[in-house]
Design a protein around this ligand. Structure first.
Ligand SMILES: Nc1ncnc2c1ncn2[C@@H]1O[C@H](COP(=O)(O)OP(=O)(O)O)[C@@H](O)[C@H]1O
Ligand SMILES: Cc1cn([C@H]2C[C@H](O)[C@@H](COP(=O)(O)OP(=O)(O)O)O2)c(=O)[nH]c1=O
Length: 205
């Protein structure tokens, strides 16, 4: 008998929207229901990808270099982690995937969508997440949450118009691919969001 393929869930949103907070909840929810789960992140998720992450989050570089490194990290991630896990029947939850490249390198930095489309077609022509959870908040809310918590990386230090464009691109992608995206109003309380997440997960279990 062939093993049923696992499901792939990506978490997206501008920095400070609440992704990390809810990844923990979703992981526990799925594990409690007996699923084998691989929890991973981008950029990163493999030893090489984590080295690329260090570079891309902290070094200044040409916009296209940045985009290419994001997709290089993703290529490795797919080959080493995501594809084998899904094929073995495990579920994969990833803190960001290709929609983040559209939002940050495309929306935020202005890289042409044709280039991002080409990279996406090259690196994963036949694979998309089964479910993309987009945590959506106004910029001021995200910024206030970030300021209260941690030291900021290269992207998190960007100005408001960068995040406005990234958020707009995320929402555009959500409208373009409504079958896989669910937009979550992340200004709600954490408890209210968890209720909504539980219902969304029950629908695909
Ligand atoms: N719905 C929420 N209401 C209030 N605070 C929140 C909410 N979601 C997240 N936070 C807080 O905001 C901060 C940033 O959240 P985090 O999950 O790290 O965001 P992200 O991973 O999207 O950058 C954390 O201190 C977290 O506790
Ligand atoms: C995956 C990806 C992330 N990024 C950016 C978004 C984030 O600011 C940063 C790291 O993501 P993230 O994992 O959200 O960082 P943190 O540890 O702060 O929660 O990388 C891109 O610009 N393009 C991409 O393709």
């Amino acid at each position: 008998m062939t093993q049923a393929r696992g499901k792939f869930i990506s978490f997206e949103g501008i920095d400070g929207a609440g992704k990390s907070t809810h990844i923990g909840f979703v992981s526990s929810y799925l594990r409690e229901r007996g699923l084998e789960l691989v929890s991973t992140r981008e950029p990163g998720g493999t030893p090489l990808g984590e080295k690329l992450r260090e570079l891309v989050l902290h070094e200044k570089m040409h916009l296209e270099t940045e985009a290419l490194l994001m997709f290089a990290s993703r290529r490795e991630h797919l080959a080493q982690v995501i594809e084998p896990a899904l094929a073995s029947g495990a579920w994969v939850i990833s803190d960001r995937f290709t929609d983040a490249s559209f939002a940050y390198q495309g929306g935020g930095r202005g890289l042409g969508r044709d280039k991002l489309d080409a990279l996406e077609q090259w690196v994963h022509p036949d694979l998309q997440p089964d479910l993309t959870l987009l945590f959506d908040v106004p910029l001021e809310v995200a910024r206030a949450r970030l300021d209260a918590t941690r030291a900021l990386d290269k992207f998190e230090q960007e100005k408001a118009d960068f995040f406005a464009a990234a958020r707009a691109e995320y929402l555009r992608r959500a409208a373009q691919f409504p079958a896989r995206f669910r937009v979550i109003d992340s200004t709600q309380t954490i408890a209210a969001i968890q209720l909504q997440l539980a219902a969304l997960l029950d629908a695909i279990l």
